[in-house]
Design a protein around this ligand. Structure first.
Ligand code: CMC
Length: 429
């Protein structure tokens, strides 16, 4: 017999169904609550609200577990490639050899961006933040490829849109960087794989030869895999909510990019590096900054610390910390910021304030140091996160549309003025 819970409202008892996930997570299904009782629930920030069921990513914040389609993140980061992981997230299974070859080749031949789109870059100020450019250009894809399709009715057209987006976003991101440098834009070279091509477009100059460094390619691949999905986070929820109105995939992803940009979400990776640099500039007094973070009147937070869901450790941060040491060693980079980061982590993890609130380093804490070591400029960090998160956004959008989920439309509890009459301007105090 299926489980229910009883709620009693104004003395009347109601039975609500319990939904249980495959990993034992439990939820009370309140989808008929308002019809049954006249009540809605209130959960600002959705701290206790499941917005959907989903078969894509499993996350256990207490145990520090992250799985994509059942596969542990540790195994994927070590053994998979970013495009293979993207396929897994979007289509639900690891591809076989011929599926993977087709997938990689379909993406490879769509890396070129329409020349008219290229002209849009000329309209941005030279110091435009790459995330603003990325969001605008992702949105503009909807004007170059305007047909809005129903993924249930036109599977091939949907596949085309997915491969186009994965192929073109790195070109747009690299061009945003090149544009900000005042450098000529590099066209993609399809002899390269996904990561190599991105690095080539980012760093090659017409006056010099360029070959992507395998150590850097490897590090980039790992970082992108670790960012590829994270269930119903802020930007993914934005993508799902925007997409629930049946707007195009491109527009939905553009909304997700804007949401990711904020410093409490993906924008934290840029903030972490800037914070570490500020500590270094200030003389390296880590304790002083820990005290500032604890001072409620200060407003300063330790960027890269804390997570809405992880309350023990962030498994992505664990992998990135090791990768960070490896990459710096293999590239022969000695970055004093890494020492500051390690010291900050050590002090914060022993401090009662952080222990009581279960604040641990998150994925953004060490990723910036690797990005810096591989030559990615600070204002591109969040754009790197966006490239990584793209398959997750697509997978979640696709799942939501395939399941024909209704338009997202939360309720509210109104707390404003009750009805009153309009007062003429000359009668107002
Ligand atoms: N430094 C100092 N205090 C903190 C921090 C921090 N980084 N994070 C949380 N707190 C405190 C906060 O002041 C509050 O204290 P109190 O209970 O005394 O009022 C308590 O911890 C709970 O914080 P919260 O803001 O209610 O927690 P939340 O779940 O709403 O926020 C968070 C989670 C990630 C937004 C927050 O921890 C934060 O702002 N961290 C810094 C930004 C950051 O690194 N963001 C990247 C998140 S991981 C990448 C991603 O997927 O987005």
């Amino acid at each position: 017999m299926s489980k229910t819970v009883e709620i009693i409202i104004e003395g009347k008892s109601y039975q609500l169904p319990v939904i249980e996930g495959t990993e034992g997570e439990k939820a009370i299904d309140i989808s008929n609550l308002r019809d049954m009782t006249g009540y809605v629930t209130l959960d600002v920030g959705y701290k206790n609200t499941g917005a959907t069921t989903s078969a894509i990513t499993f996350l256990d914040g207490e145990a520090g577990i992250l799985h994509y389609r059942g596969y542990p993140i540790e195994q994927l980061a070590e053994k998979s490639s970013f495009l293979e992981t993207a396929y897994l997230l979007i289509f639900g299974e690891l591809p076989n050899k011929s599926q993977l070859e087709k997938w990689e080749s379909d993406i490879r031949r769509r890396t070129l961006v329409n020349e008219d789109m290229r002209k849009i870059f000329d309209g941005f100020p030279v110091n435009a933040h790459p995330m603003g450019v990325l969001a605008a250009l992702a949105s503009s894809l909807a004007t170059f490829y305007p047909a809005v399709i129903d993924p249930n009715r036109d599977v091939d057209a949907n596949y085309l849109r997915i491969t186009r987006l994965i192929a073109k976003l790195p070109t747009i991101a690299a061009w945003a960087h090149k544009n900000s440098q005042g450098h000529p834009l590099n066209y993609p070279k399809n002899k390269y794989n996904y990561c190599e091509n991105f690095l080539y477009m980012m760093f090659a100059l017409p006056v010099e030869d360029y070959e992507p460094d395998p150590v850097v390619v490897d590090a980039l691949n790992k970082l992108l895999i670790l960012h590829a999905d994270h269930e119903q986070n802020c930007s993914t929820s934005t993508v799902r909510l925007a997409g629930s109105s049946h707007v195009s995939l491109y527009s939905s992803v553009s909304a997700g990019i804007s949401s990711l940009w904020g410093p409490l979400h993906g924008g934290a990776n840029q903030e972490v590096l800037e914070m570490l640099e500020a500590i270094q500039k200030d003389g390296g007094n880590v304790e002083k900054f820990v005290e500032k973070a604890k001072d409620k009147n200060d407003g300063f937070r330790l960027m890269g610390f804390g997570h809405r869901v992880y309350k023990n450790f962030d498994p992505r941060a664990k992998i990135i910390k090791v990768a960070c040491d490896n990459v710096l060693n293999r590239l022969g980079v000695n970055d004093p910021l890494l020492e500051i980061a390690k010291k900050l982590e050590e002090i914060a993890l022993k401090d009662d304030y952080f222990v009581e609130r279960k604040l641990y380093p998150n994925v953004d804490f060490y990723s910036g140091i690797i990005y810096k070591a591989i030559g990615i400029p600070t204002d591109m960090f969040t754009a790197m996160f966006a490239l990584g998160r793209l398959p997750g956004w697509i997978a979640q959008w696709y799942e939501m549309r395939k399941e024909k989920q209704p338009i997202g439309r939360p309720r509210q509890i109104y707390t404003g003025a009750t009805q009153r009459d309009y007062v003429a301007l000359d009668k107002r105090g």
